[in-house]
Design a binder for this molecule. Sequence first.
Ligand code: ZN
Ligand code: ZN
Ligand code: ZN
Length: 550
Amino acid sequence: MSFLNYISKLLIIFLFIFSQCLLSQNNSSVKPKLVVGIVVDQMRNDYIYRYWNRFGEGGFKRLINDGFYFKNAHYNYIPTYTGPGHSSIYTGATPRTHAIIANDWHIKSTTISNYCVSDTGVKSIGCTNKNGKMSPKNQLSSTIGDELKISTNQMGKVFSIAIKDRSAILPAGHAANGAFWFDEITGNFISSSWYIKELPSWVNAFNNKNFPKVYLTKGWQTLYPISSYSNSLADNNNYEASPVKKEAITFPYNYKDFIEKNDFSIIKSNPYGNTITKDLAISCLINESLGKDNIPDLLCISFSSPDYIGHYYGPRSIEAEDIYLRLDKDIEDLLNTLDEQVGKNNYTIFLTADHGGADVPNHLIDYKIPAGYIKEKYLVTEIKKFLQRSFGDSSLFENNSNEQIFLDARKINQLNLKTAEVESKLADFLITINGISEAFTSSTLKTQCFYKNDYPTLLQNGYNHKLSGNVCYIYNPAWMDYSEKGTTHGAGYNYDTHVPIIFYGNGIKKGNYFQYVSITQIAPTICELLQINQTNGCISDPLNEFFISK
Ligand code: ZN
Ligand code: ZN
Ligand code: ZN
């Protein structure tokens, strides 16, 4: 080879490498064609650790090994419920601002309770019952999807799917093309006239296949031999309740009675609830051509069934382990379909949970770990007795819900009392009750400043000045107002606030991070990836600097 020839070859190789560098740099600034948000209802972060060796390579492991995993992500407000959780993920705001302060909340000066997504002004689409009379009207700040819609002149498509209505509606936001949820009366996926006039043909086609019946006919056996579930307690144990009174709490589950009665509600508390959610999401992806052009689309998927399983059987049950091993397969199927339909690297995924879940208090008590139960009836009786003793009138009490006490404002006026004084004395009284550790008055929460992540700060972030009550109280760790089998969530303690946050795909590099990040950092991160306005009620920082090669 002549020297000149050698030099020109070297030059060609150099130019090739240089152009590839430019290309890859260019690629990393290309926006994803599709963002898929996955919320797993009640997924504690420790499930990733506990079930890791049991997961396949193509589901959770693929997201974590090839994506970016925030291992110390937390909810930054109280209460940690499904409605507020889904709102906070997609608005990047907390209940203080987005106003979804609970699943159901008391309306001041009435005896009425409001469900977070109920809306009498809209019609059910896809059924004749009231289960479709729902909308996001109570959610007061914009979602990722809303900002995408406005910045693309409506051309970016936004769809949302879940078993639970609130888990489909709140993520979808206000300007979405559609949100679909499961109607347990008909066994079909339905929607609301807020979004559409009639169900799209692909939803009708899906409903016509009657998947709930097809799946429930198979019953529920463990995916692997039951002896291999050594991460969990015995199948039959003292801490489990059944979704159906007096029914067994052991495998194999069979649903003959339900099928005979055409009752498909049981699919909610069963792994097939996840599977039909995934199947409908795939149908949406294909039929709505999501991720097919350069205008980004958003698909929100929420897997509701793990929450029902957690509530009934607890986080240490074989039922919980099995539903995650099966969800891992559903996620693998979803990822493979996204590769085929949208193309590897053309889509970005985030996966998180709407809250965690507590261990069953009785289980902890058996380990001599402090835990306990508070009964609402007892608490309300004590509060009324106290108000009678101190102010001569027990009817100052209006309502107790979501660990907040509402006082009757008219009564306070009539009796010439000062609100701040009644609140303050009531707060002092509440902490004398066994199982209640702290209580804060509305005036404290409206005016004081506390440390970041401290419990009163979490209360403050969850405190809506218009909607919330007069006194907020906090239980001791591992105390709850719940039945003595199964468990719940709602607190500001680690077991309820600590959830996984995983990003994967276009624009994301591999890695993990152990320092604190909060749930409200997801929305601004996705908005930055999409190069659109950050959601309007968000005051948290985006996480994108983790994904940029330095
Ligand atoms: Zn939930
Ligand atoms: Zn069991
Ligand atoms: Zn729940």
